[in-house]
Ligand binder design. Structure first.
Ligand SMILES: Cc1ncc(COP(=O)(O)O)c(C=O)c1O
Length: 394
């Protein structure tokens, strides 16, 4: 592979670009993870992390990708054969359901078309019908990364409350945390699942479970075999700032820096920046006359935008042209939309000029690939960005 000058544009919806400050923090000498300095560092990190999840509850850190934290959430709260309800928001919801069934739970979908968020009243009806209390958990993906769609977790919580059912609420915000509003406490989430490589601007390798008092209590009765993922061991060791096994020490340094950066910018400003860049992206897509996958305006994600290529064209061929010519990676279509969809990540350490470059690369790629489109997507987005995102909604 020969050197390509300039920075590669990593515009997949995670891992996102890791800023220099975080890379430098990671590039430090490894501490003794059983020594006193480590304990001090980890205890303060546990506290700082709570602010990002908007919680007073404990947040556990696993040296693992997000999939590990999915598994941890299930094996600690459920017993073999337990019934779980999930919403089919897209490919990641499908993977989570498959994982749950492989672990011996009975996971079922409220069917979705991958284009619209959950209708909370369908969930409410299902829970009301379950008078035997068979359903032990409701599992929802907050920001569905395969489709660019956000499920309203507050509304899911309200539906669960209205039903009077006491199932646990498990939420995957692997690609939402740190980019769009999230409140573990206010939304009454029992287990929040997150990862390091998206809004937290970190490399992959850390994942999280924030756990409510109810989930913690129920975990004492879970009969599912577990060892590496066991909350009990982790909670005990975390009290003094330590882990039951060797933690990913240097990633924890990076995480501390990432949280400091989010706090310096202010979480509200971080969310507003994501909203502005996402709106500029959507305006470009509409100006190109291409179709956004999420058909519900209100549910469109500020983390990424998934876009259909017109029939007869291949989204992966477009992505290849853009990579070869302009050194930019875009997200591919996953599962049943493979080849039909490409995804623009506009999350994490990202700003107006980085988005402008991203959109230029796409507009040039559309032209080179012979994909029918109107040519003014970039100029429409620039116009919006130039006014600080204050232009009237379209
Ligand atoms: C919403 C969502 N859930 C789960 C995962 C799986 O996480 P990982 O690939 O880190 O195991 C991803 C990964 O992109 C995701 O976006």
């Amino acid at each position: 592979m020969s050197y390509r000058s300039g920075r590669h544009f990593l515009q997949i919806p995670g891992p996102s670009n890791t800023p220099e400050r975080i890379l430098r923090a990671i590039d430090s000498a490894v501490l003794d993870h059983r020594g006193p300095d480590f304990g001090v560092m980890a205890r303060s990190l546990f506290d700082e992390l709570k602010l990002i999840f908007n919680t007073e509850d404990e947040v556990l850190i696993f040296p693992a990708s997000g999939t590990g934290a999915w598994e941890a959430a299930l094996v600690n709260t459920l017993s073999p054969g337990d019934r779980i309800v999930m919403y089919e928001s897209g490919h990641f919801a499908t993977l989570w359901k498959d994982l749950a069934n492989r672990l011996g739970f009975r996971a079922e979908f409220i069917d979705g078309d991958w284009r619209n968020p959950i209708n909370p009243s369908l969930l409410e009806d299902l829970l009301v019908d379950d008078s035997a209390g068979e359903i032990k958990a409701v599992c929802i993906v907050h920001n569905e990364t395969s489709t660019g769609m956000v499920n309203n977790i507050g509304a899911v919580r309200s539906a669960m409350d209205s039903s009077g059912h006491d199932a646990l609420l498990l939420v995957d915000t692997i690609s939402g945390l740190g980019s769009i509003e999230y409140s573990h406490d206010k939304w009454g989430v029992d287990v929040t699942i997150a990862g390091s490589q998206k809004g937290l601007m970190m490399p992959p390798g850390l994942s999280f479970n924030a756990i409510s008092a109810k989930a913690k209590e129920l975990s004492k009765y879970s009969k599912t075999a577990k060892s590496y993922w066991s909350w009990a061991e982790m909670l005990k060791m975390n009290e003094t700032g330590y882990f039951p096994y060797t933690p990913a020490t240097n990633l924890l340094y990076g995480l501390k820096e990432a949280i400091a950066m989010l706090n310096e910018e202010g979480l509200e400003n971080v969310f507003a920046r994501h909203a502005r860049l996402a709106e500029a992206t959507r305006r470009a897509v509409r100006a190109w006359d291409l179709e956004i996958v999420c058909s519900d305006n209100e549910a469109r994600s500020n983390v990424l935008t998934a876009i259909y290529v017109p029939d007869g064209h291949n989204a992966d061929a477009l992505r290849s042209v853009i990579l070869e010519n302009f050194n930019m990676s875009l997200g591919n279509g996953l599962g049943k939309v493979a080849g039909k969809v490409f995804r623009i990540g506009h999350l994490g350490d990202f700003n107006e000029l980085m988005l402008s470059g991203t959109l230029c690369g796409i507009e040039m790629g559309l032209g080179l690939s012979g994909i029918p489109h109107k040519k003014n997507g970039v100029s429409v987005a620039l116009d919006y960005l130039a006014h600080g995102g204050n232009a009237a909604p379209e």
